[in-house]
Design a protein around this ligand. Structure first.
Ligand code: GTP
Ligand code: MG
Length: 385
C-alpha cells in the first residue's frame, strides 16, 4: 500500500531539508574579550536570542575552556572559566590545539572569523589584549576588532570611544575588515542610545568570511532581511530554470510529479535561509500546499487548478512556461510564509503553528503571483522570467 500522502510529503520534505542543511553548512564565529564587555549581547543581537537561551554549549574537548555552541547554521566559540588578560597563555594554547585539530575537518567545522571585543568606555586596550589579537592572527584566524557599548548621540560617537579607536588603530594590528567597528548591541533607553553599528559589522564579516560559508551566514544572521530575500530569489531562479527545462517537452498532467522535487528543494532552501527549523518548516509546507490530499502530483496540478483562468494555458500538458510560472509563484508565496514565520508570526493561541492562517496566506500569495503571470494580468511574455 502506498504511504498516506501526508506522510509521503513530510518524509520527502524532511529528507530534502536535511540534505540542504548539509549543503549550506555552518558559519562559526569565535568571540573573545574581557568578561562583561558585551560579547553575548552582541552575538544575540545579530544571530538571535536562541543563542542566549541555550547558549551554554559544549567544551570542544573534555576539560577544555573553549565552548562551542552550535545550532543550525551558526556556531559560536566562547571561553568559560578563564579570563582574557590573566589566562591568555592557556586560552591560546587550547585554541592552537583546537584549530590544529580542525584542519583535518570539513569547512563547516572550521572557525571562520574571530571578533575581539573591547568595551569602549573602559577607555583602554591593554598590552595583553594586543598580543592576544596578534596571536589569533598567527593562528590563521581573521580577527575583527569590535568596540562595544559605544554611546552615539546626534550622529556623533562618544569622544572617548573615538580616542580608544584611534589608539588601537595606531598599533598597526593585523585586523581583518579594514577598520575598527564601533557598536552598541542593545538600546539603552535611559541614556537615550540606540543600537547601532551592527549592520556594518555584519557586512564586513561577510567580506572576511570564506566564500563557502556565505549561505550559512545569510541563514544564521537575523538582522539583514534583504540578504535573506536576495538568497531566496536565487533559490527561486534556480528552481524556475530547472522547471522550465523539465517542461521543455510538455509534461503530461499525470507526470506533474517531476516538478515536485524541484519545488521541494526550493522550499527547503528558503526555509533554511529564514532560519525555520525542520519541524516548523515541514508543518508549514504541508499546510501551505495541502499536499496531504493526493501525494506529489497534486502539489502542482492542484495549485494550477486553484487559479481561475489558468486552465486555458495548460492545454494537453504542462508546458515550460507554465511549469516555471507555477514554480516561481510557489517560491514567492513560500518566501512570504517563511519571512512571517521567522518573525514569530502565524502562531495560533497555543503557540503551535496556525495551519489555516498559513494555508490562506500561501494560497493568497500564490494566486496573486500566478495572476500576474497570466495573459492580461502581466502578460504571457513574462511567463517564467
Ligand atoms: N545598553 C547596553 N548594555 C549592554 C550592551 N552589551 C552588553 N550590555 C550589558 O552588559 C552586561 C554584560 O553583557 P554580556 O553580553 O553578558 O557580556 P559578556 O562579554 O558576554 O560577558 P561574559 O560572558 O561574562 O564574559 C549585561 O548586563 C548586558 O545587558 C550594549 O551594547 N548596550
Ligand atoms: Mg557571555
Amino acid at each position: 500500500m502506498a504511504p498516506a500522502p501526508r506522510d509521503w510529503f513530510s518524509k520527502q520534505f524532511t529528507e530534502t531539508f536535511d540534505e540542504k542543511a548539509r549543503e549550506i553548512g555552518r558559519f562559526n564565529l569565535a568571540i573573545f574579550g574581557k568578561t562583561g564587555v558585551g560579547k553575548s549581547t552582541l552575538v544575540n543581537a545579530i544571530f538571535g536570542e536562541d543563542v542566549a537561551e541555550t547558549g551554554i554549549g559544549q567544551p570542544v574537548t573534555q576539560g577544555s575552556h573553549l565552548y562551542l555552541h552550535a545550532d543550525g547554521h551558526f556556531g559560536v566559540l566562547d571561553t568559560r572559566g578563564l579570563e582574557i588578560g590573566t589566562d591568555d597563555a592557556t586560552i591560546l594554547a587550547e585554541l592552537k590545539e583546537y584549530v590544529g585539530h580542525l584542519r583535518r575537518l570539513p569547512q563547516s567545522e572550521q572557525v571562520h572569523v574571530a571578533w575581539y571585543c573591547v568595551r569602549s568606555l573602559d577607555r583602554r586596550f591593554e598590552e595583553t589584549e594586543e598580543s592576544f589579537v596578534r596571536e589569533l592572527d598567527r593562528l590563521g584566524l581573521p580577527v575583527m576588532l569590535v568596540l562595544t557599548q559605544v554611546p552615539l548621540r546626534d550622529g556623533r560617537y562618544h569622544p572617548d570611544a573615538e580616542a580608544l579607536r584611534d589608539d588601537i588603530a595606531a598599533r598597526d594590528l593585523p585586523l581583518a575588515g579594514g577598520q575598527i567597528f564601533l557598536t552598541n548591541a542593545k538600546a539603552d533607553d535611559f541614556a537615550g542610545v540606540e543600537a547601532h553599528g551592527l549592520q556594518s559589522l555584519l557586512d564586513a564579516t561577510f567580506l572576511v568570511a570564506p566564500a563557502g560559508v556565505e549561505e550559512a551566514l545569510v541563514a544564521a544572521q537575523k538582522i539583514d532581511l534583504k540578504r535573506k530575500r536576495t538568497s531566496a530569489e536565487r533559490a527561486i531562479r534556480t528552481a524556475v530554470g530547472a522547471a522550465a527545462a523539465a517542461g521543455a517537452t510538455p509534461i503530461p498532467f499525470s507526470d506533474a510529479a517531476v516538478l515536485v522535487p524541484i519545488q521541494l528543494t526550493m522550499m527547503a532552501s528558503i526555509a533554511h535561509i529564514y532560519g525555520i527549523g525542520v519541524d516548523r518548516a515541514t508543518a508549514a509546507s504541508l499546510a501551505s500546499t495541502a499536499a496531504a490530499t493526493a501525494g506529489g502530483r497534486s502539489l502542482v496540478t492542484g495549485l494550477i487548478k486553484s487559479v481561475p483562468g489558468a486552465g486555458s494555458l495548460i492545454g494537453g500538458g504542462i508546458a515550460a512556461a507554465v511549469a516555471s510560472s507555477v514554480t516561481w509563484a510557489v517560491g514567492q508565496a513560500w518566501t512570504t510564509v517563511c519571512a512571517r514565520l521567522s518573525q514569530g508570526k502565524l502562531n495560533g493561541v497555543t503557540g503551535a503553528l496556525d495551519s489555516d492562517a498559513i494555508r490562506e496566506l500561501f494560497l493568497d500569495e500564490f494566486r496573486g503571483n500566478m495572476r500576474r503571470k497570466l495573459p492580461g494580468g502581466g502578460g504571457v511574455r513574462s511567463l517564467g522570467d
